[in-house]
Design a protein around this ligand. Sequence first.
Ligand SMILES: [Zn+2]
Length: 467
Amino acid sequence: MAGTMRMRIQMLPILGLLLLGTLPGPNALRANDDADAEVTLALVGGWLIDGNTPLPFENPVILIAGERIKTVGRLGRVRIPPGANVIDAQGRFILPGLIDAHAHLEGLGLGERDADFTDTPEKLRHAILQNARLNLLSGVTSLRDCGSSELVLKLRDQIEAEGPRLFAAGPQLVKREATASASPLFLEFDGVKEARRKVREQIAKGIDFVKVRLTRQRPLPTLEELSAIVSEAHRAGLRVAVHIDVPYDEAVRLALMAGVDTIEHMAPLRAHDDRLFLEMARHNIVVVPTLYQLQAQRVNPMEKNDEELIEPPLQTRLPPEIRHALTQRAALWRRLALEWRARGYDPKRALREAFRTLTRARLLGVKIALGPDTGSDLVPHGQFYKELVLYANMGIPPIEVIQMATRMGAEALGREKELGTIEPGKLADIILVEGDPLLDPEALRNVVLVIKGGQVIEVPRPEAKSR
Ligand SMILES: [Zn+2]
């Protein structure tokens, strides 16, 4: 008797897992008695990775009404209204649209040489819209711009027409430093009053979240200043992201005490005190470690030749002059890497260490979202999948990596009720991928169809081999 009980209890989680993985959730099985006429689009067949469940399920039917997902169910159990535009997803994987949680639309991946292509407002506008398009074609349906000039805010409608949904911080808040030169990318404050006023000015200009920099180049803000920024932003319903490049527990502790929502870059993963991870978890803070940047700048130039640095499909989408400039940039990093290597620095070791602490942080409950600092040096727009591939290669199960790049991205944005998973009621941001991203994460580069808010965007694939 007792033995049977124990066995039943042990079986429960396994049974639950099987049910989760193979059956649609309760919402999906709800009788679908609304008017058929609402349904505009039906995705049928293939495999669904919905962003929530730990296993994909086969032969789904996803009904979309206007910009939202109406039903998620299984082939044979969901009636497909006759008026719907049917997309056959057989042999493909269906995923939530990807969310790049750390990008800069004004950057082309050329570091200070970006200026060669962005030194007039017209050229900068062109670069921003080109980047927006490259993102959408690569499956990024939401992009969190973590710092730009005001131009990105002004171009919002065009960016969203050409590319992903935009969540932008505009110019970043920094503590005033007499010796630092002014930049349209930064907004200086000194003292609580000015900090509050700068946040209000930013909000009036249409930002979606506030970005503050805690950096070695400037003094740290006081707790009062940072707390004032957070309370002013939260009062308006906006979240606060902090950039930390000082790998010291001090900056992380300050950010935690002030009540920020996300921490950017690797610094939080370098915290020595495990209690900081527990605090991050307790406060529901999302960390965006921007790790692919390290691989792109310090590993790839050493291991890849110019032709391999930018892979298809981006290779054919980038204008040749940008491709050329990227290879020149890589040559510069290659020289730097050789110097560092001579002095004993091993970038792969740095990556392994980053992933070791990342794993410890995750085990302690810290949420991780993905964003490779797209637009920064050697990280051009349009290959967000590289960040996912890196995480999978470093030992994180691909299905969890996909959740970091979708559901966790939505949490970083504070938009988890609307975005990040494929569920009834959410916005219909969905991608179709050729190949199995669970067996081979590189398949994520083969995005063949993008749906954003129920609108279908065909992805041209000039590089596809003829059969
Ligand atoms: Zn950044």
